[in-house]
Design a protein around this ligand. Structure first.
Ligand SMILES: Cc1ncc(COP(=O)(O)O)c(C=O)c1O
Length: 359
C-alpha cells in the first residue's frame, strides 16, 4: 500500500514560497501583539468537548446554538471529521471538480467511492444544481463543495444550495459546504448567510485562517445538527483527544476583536482586489471571470503551457502562483492576493513580465 499523502500540500509547504507570493491563499499573518494577550492567555488546562467560552463565541458568530458547534483544528480537521462521520468505506461521495484537492485526497484515503460533478470553466465555475441531481444515486452519502469556490471564488447562491440540499435529502445524503472563503464576504462588509441555516442536511466548515490571517491559531469549526455534532466530537477523540489550550484562549481573544481583525483584512483585500482587477483586464492572454470578492482567481492561459509559465515566473521573476494541475485543470493557474499590498503589486507586475517573456 502506498502511504497516503497530498502532492498539493507537499508542494505548498516546500515550493510555493517565493519573494513575491501569489500562491498562498491566506491573508498576511495578523500580529500577535494586536490580540493584546494578557497573562492568562497562555493558561494551560484541558478542555473536553469544547472550551465553553470558545464554543459560545463560535455559536454567536454562526448564529446557532452551541450544541451545533464543534471546534476543530482548522478547516482541515473540520473537513476530515465531517467526511469520516458522514460515510463509510465504499459509500459514494460526490465532490465538485475542480476543488481544493485535500478534500478529494482525504475522501480517497477514507476509501470512499469518490464521484465528481463539474464546475465548468466556461460557466465561470458556477455550480449547476442539475449536475448534482444527475450524479446523485441511492448510494450517495455526502455531497461536497466549497463556497466561495477554491480555486475560482465563484459564489453558490442560497437558491442553488437549497436545490442541492433537497436533492441530497431525497437520497438520505448530507451536503458538506466548506465556507472558509465565505468569510471574505464578511470582511468586505457584505456578509452572506451560511448554508447551515438552510436545513439539517447541511454541514458547514470554516476557520479564522484565510480571511483573517490567523492560520496559526488553528481555530476551525463545524456547524452540524446536534446529533451529528455529538458524533463528531466523539470521532475527534480518535484524532486529537484535546486541543492545544493556549490556541483556544487566543482564539477567544481574536473572536472578541474580530471587527478590528476584519478591518485590517478589508484594507488589504480592497487594495489588492483593485490591483488584480486592473491586471486581469489588461492581459488578453488570460481568460478569467471578473474578480468581485474572495481572495483567489483561476485564470486560464489561452495559449501555451502553464507549467512552463510557472517555471519562468518562479526562476526568473521570483514569484509563485499555483499550477492548475493541482486542481485537475492544467490549463489554469490559481492567483491569490492575501499578502501585503506592496508584495502583491510587485508580484502582479512580475507575472505580467513573465507573460510578456513567455509570449
Ligand atoms: C477550501 C479550503 N478548505 C480548507 C483549507 C484549510 O484551512 P485551514 O487552514 O483552516 O485548515 C483550505 C486551505 O487552503 C482551503 O482552501
Amino acid at each position: 500500500m502506498t502511504s497516503p499523502y497530498s502532492a498539493y500540500m507537499e508542494w505548498a509547504k516546500t515550493r510555493s514560497k517565493a519573494r513575491f507570493n501569489l500562491a498562498s491563499s491566506g491573508l498576511l499573518t495578523y500580529p500577535l501583539a494586536e490580540l493584546e494577550p494578557g497573562p492568562d492567555a497562555l493558561e494551560i488546562e484541558d478542555s473536553y468537548y469544547g472550551f465553553p467560552p470558545l464554543q459560545e463565541r463560535l455559536a454567536r458568530k454562526a448564529g446557532v446554538d452551541p450544541a451545533r458547534i464543534v471546534h476543530a483544528t482548522g478547516t482541515s480537521m473540520a473537513n476530515m471529521l465531517v467526511l469520516a462521520a458522514s460515510a463509510e468505506a465504499g459509500d459514494e461521495v460526490l465532490i465538485e471538480e475542480p476543488t481544493y484537492t485535500l478534500l478529494v485526497d482525504a475522501a480517497r484515503w477514507l476509501r470512499f467511492d469518490v464521484r465528481r460533478f463539474p464546475r465548468r470553466s466556461e460557466a465561470g465555475f458556477r455550480v449547476d444544481p442539475r449536475d448534482v441531481e444527475r450524479a446523485l444515486t441511492a448510494r450517495t452519502r455526502l455531497v461536497v463543495l466549497t463556497n466561495l469556490h477554491n480555486p475560482s471564488s465563484a459564489f453558490v447562491p442560497p437558491e442553488d444550495l437549497r436545490r442541492i440540499g433537497d436533492a441530497a435529502r431525497s437520497v438520505g445524503a448530507r451536503v458538506l459546504v466548506d465556507e472558509v472563503y465565505l468569510e471574505a464576504f464578511a470582511v468586505l462588509g457584505k456578509p452572506r448567510g451560511s448554508a447551515s441555516r438552510l436545513g439539517d442536511e447541511f454541514v458547514t466548515t470554516s476557520s479564522l485562517t484565510k480571511a483573517y490571517g490567523l492560520s496559526s491559531l488553528r481555530c476551525g469549526w463545524i456547524v452540524a445538527e446536534p446529533d451529528l455534532a455529538r458524533r463528531i466530537w466523539r470521532l475527534n477523540d480518535l484524532f486529537g483527544v484535546v486541543p492545544a489550550h493556549p490556541a483556544e484562549r487566543l482564539s477567544v481573544l481574536a473572536l472578541d476583536r474580530l471587527d478590528k481583525v476584519a478591518a485590517r483584512a478589508r484594507r488589504i483585500l480592497e487594495t489588492n482586489t483593485e490591483g488584480v482587477t486592473a491586471f486581469l483586464a489588461a492581459r488578453p492572454e488570460l481568460a478569467c471571470e471578473p474578480v468581485t470578492t474572495g481572495m483567489t482567481a483561476f485564470p486560464r492561459l489561452l495559449e501555451g503551457d502553464v507549467e512552463s509559465l510557472c517555471a519562468v515566473l518562479r526562476d526568473r521573476f521570483e514569484t509563485t502562483v499555483v499550477p492548475g494541475r493541482f486542481f485537475g485543470a492544467p490549463g489554469h493557474f490559481r492567483l491569490a492576493w492575501g499578502q501585503a499590498p506592496e508584495e502583491v503589486a510587485e508580484g502582479l507586475s512580475r507575472l505580467g513580465q513573465a507573460l510578456d517573456a513567455f509570449a
